[in-house]
Design a protein around this ligand. Structure first.
Ligand SMILES: NC(=O)C1=CN([C@@H]2O[C@H](COP(=O)(O)OP(=O)(O)OC[C@H]3O[C@@H](n4cnc5c(N)ncnc54)[C@H](O)[C@@H]3O)[C@@H](O)[C@H]2O)C=CC1
Ligand SMILES: O=C(O)CCC(=O)C(=O)O
Length: 500
């Protein structure tokens, strides 16, 4: 069945744009919430969606879940995508006959391996490392490494899937991948982190390369870890190839702005969405979750745009800053998180006008703009309803999949401008692409050059979303726009390659 029809090779040369019929299909499928109230089936498609579209999504998800049991995060990411892409897919026979949706939801390969390292007391530990090489249609696999005890195949498959389409939106030559280990870096010394990274690279180096697969950072992996990983790769490979990892230190091939890029990009994207709807960030109350790499630079960029940032959080609680973070409190936040790697409660103790709320999430604090920048599924339906009640107007996802499918529907149904992760947080990987370009040229661009190029990438992503997005009650559906624009790009390449 899968291989029955011949590929439509002519499609490879003509980029696909949504037809009028597809736009109508999208409008009907998006006109009501796809989740039946009270349904226990989290992927049940119901309401007023076109019956054919609903049936196709159901059948497709049934098959995906059967082939990938016990992987809820992967199912969720694919559902979120399929739900908006299906009408477009159904309208394009060249994709359907090539079974592109089934093919693009199957990773190219997954490697998993043992990582044995020694702690400071001389005790050996074994962890599991992974690299999910999801799709290389657009270029070498590209995507971060995550160190967190929760890491498993489901989480990395969802991240690798998302990364494929995010990278396509940057229009740089990057495929999608993701990796990591179920290692908890919290409380570990620098020496332990170094030994862990060296042990991980002892296996990972066989699977990566500047034209093969180029990892970078994600949760628990920043410049320190990339330095240890790069050093070990250089030693094992016996050559200096900067382009094999991104997020490197500036002294050994890293790029200006990479550290700031994801957070800055999220705010630039939010500003573009607001501008498109006749609004702006200036003077807006902004709630941010997380206090890691993405969150810190989202705070900084939002402050520079004249917004008032009233929350940040970590896995233990959140800090409330009713008058907004200022330059002094931002410097303390950076020091607590980036240098001392301490809890946010320290930030609250040291900065003026900050209270700390242990065990609570920041989303009960009223805001006009929400930027979830911590982790997946941190905002559920209840929190989204509370945000709506509190007057939120715009939400851009800094983290990957921070909202449940139901939470997204609550916001969109209430007319909130919603920026999905694959568009809103693409600045990080976009800047990684610029780091690869500098490494290939053996040149270092200055800060202004990189920042200008990053803004150009974010603006182009915004335009691509708008050009594919339906508009409902005057609000652009960026989720559908991002999914369809990136689907078309990846699908056209896959169709062009034939049956691979
Ligand atoms: N670093 C990057 O360039 C990019 C990161 N992302 C995504 O952004 C998110 C944050 O990543 P980074 O800032 O790089 O990581 P990080 O390790 O620097 O920071 C993660 C933050 O999330 C918080 N956090 C982690 N688990 C949590 C939980 N279960 N509940 C509440 N808070 C939790 C941590 O306390 C920390 O503040 C992730 O979803 C990541 O996949 C997306 C695009 C690029
Ligand atoms: O910079 C990169 O290659 C990866 C960034 C990343 O992991 C992400 O976009 O989620």
């Amino acid at each position: 069945m899968f291989w029955r029809k011949k590929p439509d090779v002519s499609a490879a040369t003509s980029p696909t744009v949504p037809t009028e019929k597809a736009q109508q299909n999208m409008a009907s499928s998006l006109s009501t919430s796809p989740l039946s109230p009270g349904s226990n089936l989290s992927f049940a498609v119901g309401g007023g969606s076109g019956p054919n579209v609903v049936r196709e999504i159901d059948n497709f998800m049934d098959g995906l879940i059967r082939r990938n049991p016990h992987e809820p995060e992967f199912h969720q990411a694919v559902f979120e995508f399929a739900e908006t892409v299906m009408p477009f897919y159904m309208d394009h026979q060249k994709y359907r006959s090539a079974r592109i949706l089934e093919r693009m939801t199957e990773p190219d390969r997954i490697v998993s391996f043992r990582i044995v390292w020694e702690d400071d007391q001389g005790v050996p530990h074994a962890n599991r490392g992974y690299r999910v090489q999801f799709n290389s249609s657009m270029g070498p696999y590209k995507g971060g490494l995550r160190f967190d005890p929760s890491v498993n195949a489901s989480i990395l498959k969802f991240l690798g899937f998302e990364q494929t389409f995010k990278n396509a939106l940057t229009r740089l030559p990057m495929g999608g991948g993701k990796g990591g280990a179920n290692f908890n870096p919290k409380g570990r010394s620098d020496a332990e982190i170094m030994r862990f990274c060296h042990a991980m690279m002892s296996e990972l180096f066989r699977h990566i390369g500047e034209s093969v697969d180029v990892p970078a950072g994600d949760i628990g992996v920043g410049a320190r870890e990339i330095g240890f990983l790069f050093g070990k790769y250089k030693q094992l490979a016996n050559h200096y190839t900067g382009g094999v990892l991104t997020g490197k230190g500036l002294s050994f091939g890293g790029s200006e702005i990479r550290k700031e890029a994801t957070g800055y990009g999220v705010v630039v994207f939010a500003e573009d969405m607001l501008n498109k709807h006749g609004k702006s960030m200036k003077g807006k109350t902004v709630a941010i979750s997380g206090s890691g790499n993405v969150a810190i630079y989202a705070v900084q960029r939002a402050m520079r745009m004249g917004a008032k940032v009233v929350t940040v959080s970590d896995s233990r609680g959140f800090a409330h800053i009713p008058d907004g973070i200022n330059d002094d409190s931002f410097a303390i936040l950076q020091d607590v998180k980036e240098n001392r790697r301490a809890s946010l409660s320290e930030f609250a103790k040291e900065a003026r006008g900050v209270t700390y709320h242990a065990g609570k999430s920041p989303w009960s604090v009223p805001c006009v703009v929400g930027l979830p920048c911590a982790t997946q599924n941190e905002v559920d339906e209840t929190m989204a309803s509370l945000m709506v009640k509190n007057g939120i107007e715009c939400l851009a996802e800094g983290a990957n999949m921070p909202l449940t499918a139901q939470a997204i529907h609550v916001l969109k149904d209430a007319g909130v401008i919603f920026g999905p992760a694959k568009a809103a947080n693409a600045g990080g990987v976009g800047c990684s692409g610029l780091e690869q370009a500098q490494n290939a040229q053996r040149l270092i661009w200055n800060r202004e050059q990189v920042e200008q190029e990053l803004e150009r990438i974010m603006r182009s992503i915004h335009e691509q979303c708008v050009s594919y997005a339906p508009v409902k009650n005057g609000v652009v559906d960026y989720q559908a726009g991002a999914n369809i624009a990136s689907f078309a790009r990846v699908a056209d390449s896959m169709v062009g390659y034939g049956y691979l």
